[in-house]
Design a protein around this ligand. Sequence first.
Ligand code: C2E
Ligand code: CA
Ligand code: CA
Length: 889
Amino acid sequence: MSRAARALARPWVAYPAIAIAVATLYLAGPLNSGPVFNVLGASSAVAVAVGARRHRPRGRAAWYLIALGQVLFVTGDVLAYNYPRLFGHELPFPSIADPFYLAIYPCLMVGLLALLRLRHPLRDRATLIDALVVAIGFGTLSWTYLMAPYAHDSTLTVLTKLTSLAYPVMDLLLLAVAARLVMGGGRRGLSSQLLAAALVALLATDSIYGWALLHGGYETGGLLDGGWILFYVLAGMAALHPSMRLLSERAPEPDARLTRRRLALFAATSLVAPGLQLVRAVLDQPREPVISVAAGVLFLLVLARMSGLVRAQEAHTENELRQRFEARLAALVRHATDVVSILETDGRLTYVSPSAGRLLGRSPEALSGRQWLDFVHPDDAAHVRGFLARLDHGDSGSAEFRLGHADGTWRDVETLATNLVGDGTVDGVVLNTRDVSERKALERRLAHQAFHDALTNLPNRALFRDRVEQALARRRRHGTRLAVVFLDLDDFKTVNDSLGHAAGDAVLQEVASRLRECIRGSDSAARLGGDEFALLLDGIEGELEAITVAERVIEALVPPVVLDGRECLTTPSVGIAFDADGSEDAEELLRNADLAMYLAKDQGKGSYAVFEPAMHTAAVGRLELKADLKRAVQNDGVSLVYQPIVDLERGEIIAVEALARWVHDERGPVSPAEFIPLAEQTGLIVPLGRALLREACRQAAAFQATCPREPALAISVNLSARQLQSPELADEVRMALEDTQIAPSSLVLELTESAMMEDVELAIRRLNELRDLGVSLAIDDFGSGYSSLNYVRRFPIDILKIDRSFIQGVAGSVAETQALTAAIIDLAGILGLRPVAEGIENAAQLTRLRELGCPLGQGFHLYTPLSATRITALLRDQAQRAPSAAAAA
Ligand code: C2E
Ligand code: CA
Ligand code: CA
């Protein structure tokens, strides 16, 4: 099939092809007859009806109405052509044909309006005005040249006038409808253009016909019929073309703005009336008031249209601004570091901003539609749920929790939530989520610092106490037993003093790391301060387990720490305390372990002791005793007794040692071996020592006055380590000598070797200060400590008091002890020191010491410590027995 043939197969092509062929024959002459013209008219009505049936558009009835209008029109034509034959005379005006002719207009108009209504269901004021402007513009022309002549013609009957006017009026109304159809927006297609063309053809032909009638130039079957045939063909084509369905399709909201084409039409038609007036004025034609009215109406319509345009423009601008603002807002949300998300009431995420990629490593698509709580750390879920539940409508609040990153880690976040459920645009909870990992890390670091020791990174006392408290709570609930182990390093002070603090720190760090290795996972180690450490053993089976740990700890600390090639001993003294029934608090347990540790220290280095309630009683007793001692010192409750020191060769008392005595109100006499260390711990020894020194010197002066002898009776006074450290010691001694007027050579100051060994350099300095005063110095309890004679040589010492332990064995069966004592006596002689044998308890010892050549001795076998009165009596006795010696002086 050729292209032309294929085209002709389509009704909308075939129909006009045939119709135009027939019309050409009609107009050219061969087929020029009324019936042919009528058939052409009828064919159009058939085409319209067929098109409506075929294409089944919305509002098919409208098309049938149009077809009916054409049928009526053709009927009018048939009547007009056959009028002479039917009625026997020429066609009058008006006639029976005119109502049929006129009927096409309402049919066309109603049909078209119905289609328009389907097309534009909303009322469109702007297009209506535009259509009116066009109609009035043409109406003015039509009135001037087609209607006014009839209206002003007084020879015509009313019916003739009305009928004549009816045609142009109908044409104008149809024109308004056609304009409305052409100017409304939306897809239209060929069909509507054909329809518009059909209407233009009809209107133009009608107008020319009307004008021709007025000027007497119309002939039936003439060229003008071509106009009507065109109308028929175009209308038929419009209905047959498939795009006819589009006519009654709903069109989008018409754009109220003026297009260039519409503006041109608008301007042209609105200029018709004023233009006409100008033309008439130039041609000197009579004034036509209708034109002025039309010009006024046009002016008002243009105004109304303009105001609408301005409003539309404003609305348009506002709309555009809002769209731009929303776009900017969206961009802001997209690029913000905070993740903005919206939560539905069912907990699902409906919107997530792209920054989720940065925070959680997940795309917004991966999160949208998912349950938010699925991403919250399980431990935080309850907290988050509660937080959201408390958020009332319109409320905001923030919470901190952890969210899961796609890489499997947890991120600390802070979320600001605003409840906008029920709020039109959002309708959900808006979440502003921010990464606070860095801040959290800092907080954790600060918290760690607050609860850990900076040097060893072990928990500090506060954290340890807390852990013990928790363990005690578990003990009360589940009965799991626990122990607190208290450790104090022996001789740590020596390490610090002799090697410096850096070395001390290194030792502490080493101890900490060894401790960590000794404990199980459930235990904890802590540094309580200084050289004190503690262990919490949680969930132990029994006491034996804790003791095993204590032994392991001691063993672990036995190997010395090596610093710069020097070995530092770090043995600990360990105290262990168990919970009794869980009713005690952490502080109590720590104190108990501490007490046990003190007991362990007394037992010797590197040992442990388990706390017993008796220790507590003892500790409390010691505490009371301290208070009582303080009172005694203030009230001169501590007195002195004197033990004679005898020249072993001649049996004479050459000196006395002052020994402190305290009789407690309730407990009776308290041994200096007990209260002197107490006085040392509390610092009471300083005032007590000062008072006793003065008292001893005063008493020595009294002894010397009542029993003068040559050399004068000497007095020995004991000094403690603490007194030796005091810078005022030399001054105090000097003042005591001056005040009591005894010769410095009469005073002997006794110091134990351990007191001198605490700080050797300081001791040497102090001793030299004292020696400069002229007093004698004695080393007490020699041989009981570790010091060698080598050391002793460095001290400016005059007298060596040999410890009782050597004297006890001097007459015994152990040859070594005998030899050792003999060696000490010999050595003292070599070093220029006078030896004094302490604690001579029997005659055998005395005899042996005499044999060994020990010049001086002291002991219960000779004299026990005695009161000043007894000493005075003894001294008087001695002077009487040996007056020669006294007289010789
Ligand atoms: P010390 O300086 O070695 O004093 C001698 C101690 O031995 C005295 O004990 C004395 O009573 C005791 N004693 C004497 N002869 C014998 C004996 O034959 N056998 C036995 N078993 N013991 C004997 P005391 O008075 O109990 O004093 C004990 C320690 O207390 C003294 O030992 C001394 O270190 C200290 N002390 C006493 N008074 C003072 C004082 O006023 N100042 C200071 N700093 N310490 C003092
Ligand atoms: Ca002594
Ligand atoms: Ca002694």
